[in-house]
Write a protein that binds this ligand. Structure first.
Ligand SMILES: C[S@@+](CC[C@H](N)C(=O)[O-])C[C@H]1O[C@@H](n2cnc3c(N)ncnc32)[C@H](O)[C@@H]1O
Length: 204
């Protein structure tokens, strides 16, 4: 299925309703797009849609899989040139915000050499305080990012090459149902982390 697309594979983990994958698959027909989510019910509708005829909204270059980031299929190892995590919640959110070794190792595992990892976080310290406390999330201060989180990514085989807070105008350019849902909330900070898989995976 992936073979005709050569080395051009994009994976979105915690894909939800698959909005990002469908948008990207339409925009880049030469790439193969895989949306993954732990929750099967989120994927049901879009999985049916992509299998329609192309003139009825079908997308032959897209696929959706039910899997948790903690348990990604081995068939995906080393496959992706791009890995996205957008507006994660639950254990996926905890893994990327706290830099959990197991979650980062699995993100690294699906990466091809020099793949790009793109993470978008939209946390509101007040509105999300219950969830932040429940998950034990570290506050995303500059000091925490530079001194704790980025080194954890480095240890997992990712060099973080860019971190930026996106402006409210940039929210509207994000192809994500959650971006649309959250962007009216001015207290919510949209943090973008871009990393690249290091050539040689670290020995763990
Ligand atoms: C807030 S939604 C965001 C959905 C989509 N990325 C978007 O931007 O619209 C978070 C998604 O992460 C998924 N998720 C949570 N924990 C996960 C895990 N451990 N592995 C994979 N997906 C997970 C949830 O099922 C949910 O669909």
């Amino acid at each position: 299925m992936i073979a005709p697309y050569g080395q051009e594979v994009v994976i979105d983990i915690g894909t939800g309703d698959g909005c990002f994958i469908c948008h990207a698959a339409r925009q880049y027909p030469q790439k193969f797009h895989i949306g993954i989510d732990a929750n099967a019910s989120a994927l049901a509708k879009v999985s049916e849609k992509i299998h329609r005829k192309p003139n009825k909204g079908g997308l032959p270059n897209a696929l959706f899989l039910q899997a948790a980031v903690e348990d990604l299929p081995a068939e995906l190892d080393g496959s992706a040139q791009e890995v996205h995590v957008q507006f994660p919640w639950g254990s996926l959110l905890r893994g990327v915000v706290n830099g959990e070794a197991g979650v980062l190792a699995n993100l690294r595992r699906v990466c091809a050499p020099q793949a790009r990892l793109q993470i978008l976080l939209g946390l509101d310290p007040v509105r999300d305080q219950t969830e932040i406390a429940r998950l034990g999330l570290n506050a995303l201060s500059e000091i925490y990012l530079d001194q704790v989180l980025l080194p954890r990514y480095q240890n997992a085989g990712f060099a973080v090459t860019k971190k930026q807070v996106l402006s409210s105008a940039e929210w509207s350019q994000v192809a994500s149902s959650w971006a649309k849902r959250l962007r009216g909330n001015s207290e919510r900070r949209l943090l973008s982390l871009t990393a690249h898989a290091l050539e040689i995976a670290p020995v763990t």
